[in-house]
Design a protein. Structure first.
Ligand SMILES: Nc1nc2c(ncn2[C@@H]2O[C@H](COP(=O)(O)OP(=O)(O)OP(=O)(O)O)[C@@H](O)[C@H]2O)c(=O)[nH]1
Length: 420
């Protein structure tokens, strides 16, 4: 917003002209951009696709319902796994539109029933990997279309991997799955039904899991840190990351404690509150997935995981990339190159100027030499004439001194008359 403030300047020169001074009353800077993005995003809504993988009965559906505070998964009538008929891992996806304080989230949860339920689970990871890659393929196909206005992003942004709370170590099934999938999806390992372990057991189990993950060079999701993050955000991120693998407890039922109704699991020995950070890491997992890292997870999926897959896929199809197109320009190197080019140009100009100067000097020297020679010849001529004149005069003087009369002819000629 601008206001006109017609104060005539105290300066004598400007007093005759009406100087209009304008003051900014409102904020117009580009620091407002995030608010624009925010408004647009809220209007458009958000989309997020999470996959849950883990053996049957580890509490996947319960946790998803607890996470998004919605009955995404209807109550199961028969919780017994029916793997007599199912011989492979199935991929089931449920989409739901959730709204909270006017912000819309289109949430898709991809379940993988059957994972780890068979006698031979060696290839349990394969249908899941195929599904993730086919989603990348679908996105790639859309990117190659002429009209890309309506792109549907079905890619998996996070995979919550449920580890059975054995308290010992990762099972070969867990290792194999994570090893096969870590380059294709953001892996977020969680310890399922953590309420079945004591606090000390959880701490020891987490350490063992992380050691196994490191040993097998598995890349689980790591949130990036930014220099511009304030200290509070950095501390929050650090705290969230320190809880991985999250020890979670799920419950979509409320229980009463001291007159308060909380989501939790009630036992004869006490109550486990889902939303109590002293009881489990559920809050931290939800914070990461929904509050702090949803966009980061999507960005990492798009910029790193999908991009790598795309490159591999296109290269496998025989499409070659001219590496010089992406030759990284080092600013220091670029400056040095420019400086050298400039110096070369300068020395070329200097050499040209030198040649021209030398030619001009030579020309001038030749001219000077010529006029010097001319002068010299003239001088010589004049000198000779003078010498001749001097000799004549000397001759005359000698004659005069010896008393010999000058020849009449000569005296007549000069207008003199000698009477001697
Ligand atoms: N102790 C405990 N039990 C839980 C927890 N979460 C879920 N359960 C119970 O575990 C059983 C299985 O839970 P589900 O959420 O159906 O597990 P699931 O992994 O979705 O099972 P499938 O659909 O068969 O793959 C239910 O009886 C839940 O009440 C938990 O955190 N702790």
């Amino acid at each position: 917003m601008l206001s006109n403030d017609n104060d005539s300047s105290a300066n004598g020169t400007a007093s005759s002209i009406d100087v209009v001074r304008k003051k900014l009353l409102g904020y117009v800077g580009f620091a407002n951009l995030p608010n624009q993005v925010h408004r647009k995003s809220v209007k458009k809504g958000f989309e997020f696709t999470a996959m849950v993988v883990g053996e049957s009965g580890l509490g996947k559906s319960t946790l998803v319902n607890t996470l998004f505070n919605t009955a995404l998964y209807p109550p199961k009538e028969n919780t017994e796994p029916s793997n007599e008929t199912v011989q492979t891992v199935e991929i089931q996806s449920i989409t739901s539109d959730i709204e909270e304080n006017g912000v819309k989230l289109r949430l898709t949860v991809v379940d993988t029933p059957g994972f780890g339920d068979f006698v031979n689970n060696e290839e349990s990871w394969k249908p899941i990997l195929d599904d993730i890659e086919s989603r990348f393929d679908a996105y790639l196909e859309q990117e190659n279309r002429v009209n890309r206005r309506k792109m549907v992003d079905n890619r998996i942004h996070a995979c919550i991997y449920f580890i059975m709370a054995t308290g010992h170590a990762l099972k070969p099934l867990d290792i194999e799955f994570m090893r096969r999938l870590h380059t294709r999806v953001n892996l977020i390992p969680v310890i399922a039904k953590a309420d079945t372990l004591t606090e000390e057991e959880v701490v020891a189990f987490k350490q063992r899991i992380l050691a196994d993950i490191q040993h097998h060079k598995i890349q689980i999701y790591q949130a990036p840190t930014y220099e511009y993050d304030d200290e509070e955000t950095m501390a929050e991120n650090k705290e969230i990351m320190s809880k991985i693998p999250f020890a979670v407890v799920g419950s979509d039922k409320e229980v009463e404690i001291n007159g308060r109704r909380v989501r939790g699991r009630s036992y004869p020995w006490g109550l486990i509150e889902v939303d109590n950070e002293d009881h489990c890491d559920f809050v931290k997992l939800r914070q990461m997935l929904i509050r702090t890292h949803m966009e980061e997870l999507k960005e990492f999926t798009n910029n790193i995981l999908y991009e790598n897959y795309r490159t591999e896929k296109l290269q496998a199809m025989g499409i070659q990339q001219d590496p010089s197109v992406f030759k990284e320009v080092n600013p220091v190197q670029k400056m040095e190159e420019e400086r050298m080019a400039h110096e070369q140009k300068l020395s070329k100009m200097e050499a040209e100027m030198k040649t021209v100067f030398q030619a001009k000097v030579q020309e001038k020297e030749a001219k000077l030499k010529q006029s010097e020679e001319e002068l010299y010849a003239r001088h010589k001529e004049m000198k000779e004439a003078l010498d001749r004149q001097r000799l004549e005069l000397e001759e005359k003087r000698r004659r005069l001194e010896s008393g010999r009369p000058m020849t009449p002819e000569k005296s007549k000629k000069k207008g003199f008359s000698f009477n001697k």
